[in-house]
Design a protein around this ligand. Structure first.
Ligand code: NI
Length: 183
């Protein structure tokens, strides 16, 4: 078991920007990969990680999401899934902050479906159907996008929705726009 190096945009765009191959069958190799991906995600303090982010052309992702995002002591749910498919999505969308382990430092306010239903294969190869909402649904949409070569900046409604966060002299985090307005 090992922590795998994470690919950043520009390093391996062939994999990061393509639709990944379905796994179809969960064997020991895939289970070991899922295990490594969970370790890698935790090591990087991420809430999700998709196989293309470690350079692999496979439809596999892991996620670890607190049950209550506003409670730091909340228990977490850990997912390791393959071949996910969004089979239903609410019409309602909501904008929320996202970041990505493959795009260091950048943040974005990204619109996502509030509720989704996902079918996938779990670690044991069983077909599961999951009902997800709010932050968990957001993480899943972000990770499933990775399996189709889509990154969160592709989803924002304008460049003004992308920004960096920097600490000012008072120690507060302030937004630094990604795009400087033209003069
Ligand atoms: Ni990401």
């Amino acid at each position: 078991m090992s922590i795998r190096p994470i690919v950043s945009v520009g390093d391996n765009d062939r994999v990061l920007r393509s639709t990944a191959r379905p796994v179809r069958r969960i064997d020991r190799r895939i289970r070991n990969l899922m295990h490594d991906m969970i370790e890698t995600m935790r090591d990087a303090n991420g809430v999700g990680l998709a196989a293309p982010q470690i350079g692999l052309d496979l439809q596999v992702f892991v996620a670890e999401v607190p049950e209550d995002i506003d409670d730091p002591d909340s228990p977490v749910r850990t997912y390791a899934l393959a071949d996910p498919e969004v089979v239903w999505a609410s019409e309602a969308k909501v904008e929320g902050r996202e970041a990505c382990l493959s795009i260091p430092e950048l943040f974005g306010d990204v619109p996502r479906h509030v509720q989704i239903k996902v079918r996938a294969l779990d670690r044991t190869g069983r077909r599961v159907e999951l009902d997800l909402h709010d932050f968990e649904a957001r993480v899943f949409q972000h990770e499933i996008d990775h399996l189709h070569g889509v990154l969160f900046p592709d989803r924002v409604t304008g460049l003004d929705k992308l920004y960096f966060l920097e600490e000012n002299d008072a120690g507060e985090l302030v937004r630094v726009p990604y795009a400087v307005p033209a003069v």
